[in-house]
Design a protein around this ligand. Structure first.
Ligand SMILES: [Zn+2]
Length: 483
């Protein structure tokens, strides 16, 4: 750690992002595989908590957890033409085992539909087996050809993938909506990241899916970071893999399937980008790698300060808090600066005077306010201030977020908004026939159509003509640059 100042979060967010990842020791990019990185404890601790919240929510909804092999036989991939076409350019292939050339190439999973469905064909027999809800936490591999960026886009990333099968299309769609609720409960409710839920346009669907939905977060600087997507796979995929069941009428039928993929490492990027400031990171209390740091003051003059600090550390650790006691020989001011940069929500300062008064000073990272608290009320105070901090981060993020959505009535207006916000505009069609207008928008503005909202009922702007071709608009779409 050096004392150099961070680039400004407000005016230079790109460099701020690169720097904070190194300074806060979130990840190290100096590993010898291009596009892959080493995640360090400061991000791993946080992402572990993020996994916990997602998995708890999925389990509550009836998902059972599996661990699948990372290797998928090429023949599985070959079964579904669109899927293989969509994923082939990104697949890492294993061709050898030791000295031997393998009889069949094995893919390092870029996603696991083909693996799950192969086994579904073995396991699902009767309508009584449905709904069948599964998930795994896994790392996946994609040979990204676009520039990689830590957490945002890398060739190996961490996610959860759910794969579910249902009797009816309605049940499957209901599950998609529930996935979106999970996103809202976890990504906004716990991590404090506001999102918009879109149905993606026809030309931007997951390879092999019937319909694709996705939640988008926007950085305060106006760039979209894709959050979990969820797909209505429908029946084509299960058919290809021979997944079928005997229904209550004794007839053999094909189930409808869905999948959902929260990419934990990419959501982490949103935590960094959404809550940061010029001093560094800020974490919601629930997912902070360390929630509290204790800083002893003037301990060199009064050694009892350290005893007290250790006693407090033990008490709080017993209560289950993630906590750090900084006994390094840095000056208190340096320690403050360091832990503020790392985004620790609460700081407790203990000095010689406090031993007699039995009061400590508590500092909150988000408001930068200090309060004096009684030693015997410390737990209540931590609980209260921790909760308030998370709520405050959420509220602030939502306010910024709402200010980033702006209406546009022409391509020029879209151009002005894109890059610093998300443009809302009238559009002819998100079915295949709208693809030319979409291409024009992308070429002229650099922004991409994210889709139509499904979380609210959107109303057309004014008389409702497509902003590109001038024909009758059937949809309101949102356009932004993404990471
Ligand atoms: Zn049009």
């Amino acid at each position: 750690m050096n004392g150099e100042k961070l680039p400004s979060y407000d005016t230079n967010p790109g460099e701020w992002y690169t720097e904070i990842i190194q300074k806060a020791e979130l990840a190290d990019i100096r590993y010898g595989v291009k596009g892959a990185l080493v995640f360090q404890p400061w991000s791993v601790e946080c992402m572990e908590k993020m996994y916990d919240y997602f998995e708890a929510d999925l389990k509550k909804r009836g998902h059972k957890n599996y661990w699948y092999p990372a290797l998928i036989p090429e023949s599985y991939f070959q079964k579904e033409a669109e899927h293989i076409k969509g994923f082939t350019p990104e697949v890492f292939w294993v061709e050898r085992g030791g000295e031997e050339k393998l009889e069949e190439r094995l893919a390092l999973r870029p996603t696991s539909e083909t693996a799950f469905y192969t086994m579904f064909a073995q396991w699902i027999r009767s309508y009584k087996d449905l709904p069948f809800r599964t998930y795994q936490r896994a790392n996946v591999y994609r040979y990204e050809t676009k520039a990689t960026r830590p957490f945002l886009r890398s060739r190996e990333f961490y996610w959860i993938e759910t794969h579910c099968a249902f009797r009816t299309k309605e049940e499957a769609y209901q599950n998609v909506l529930e996935d979106m609720e999970t996103t809202k409960r976890v990504v906004y409710g716990i991590f404090g990241i506001p999102t918009i839920v879109f149905e993606r346009p026809a030309w931007d669907k997951f390879a092999g899916a019937g319909r694709t939905f996705g939640a988008d977060a926007i950085t305060p600087q106006g760039r979209v970071v894709q959050q979990p997507s969820t797909h209505m796979i429908n029946q084509h995929f299960p058919k290809v893999f021979g997944v079928k069941y005997t229904d209550s009428d004794e007839k053999e039928k094909t189930p409808y399937t869905t999948c959902y993929g929260p990419a934990i490492s990419r959501i982490m990027a949103s935590v960094i980008l959404t809550h940061g400031d010029n001093k560094g990171l800020k974490f919601p209390f629930e997912i902070a790698p360390k929630q509290i740091v204790i800083i002893p003051i003037l301990a060199e003059k009064e050694p009892k300060v350290i005893d007290k600090a250790k006693e407090l550390l033990e008490t709080l650790e017993e209560k289950g808090y993630r906590i750090e006691l900084d006994t390094t020989d840095k000056r208190p001011g340096e320690k403050f600066y360091f832990w503020e940069m790392k985004g620790v929500p609460l700081r407790i300062e203990i000095g010689p005077k406090d031993l007699k008064t039995k009061k400590f000073t508590m500092y909150r990272r988000d408001t930068e306010e200090k309060t004096t608290i009684n030693e015997n009320e410390i737990i209540e105070n931590i609980e209260k201030q921790g909760k308030e901090l998370s709520e405050n981060l959420k509220k602030k993020a939502m306010k910024t977020f709402n200010g980033l959505i702006k209406d546009a009535k022409s391509i020029d207006e879209i151009k002005k908004i894109v890059g610093t916000g998300i443009a809302r505009t009238n559009f002819c069609s998100v079915e295949k026939d709208g693809v030319n207008c979409a291409e024009t928008i992308e070429k002229e503005t650099g922004g991409k159509i994210r889709g139509t909202r499904i979380d609210i009922e959107d109303k057309l702007i004014d008389e409702g003509k497509c902003v590109v071709c001038g024909k009758k608009a059937n949809h309101v779409v949102y356009i932004a640059k993404d990471y």
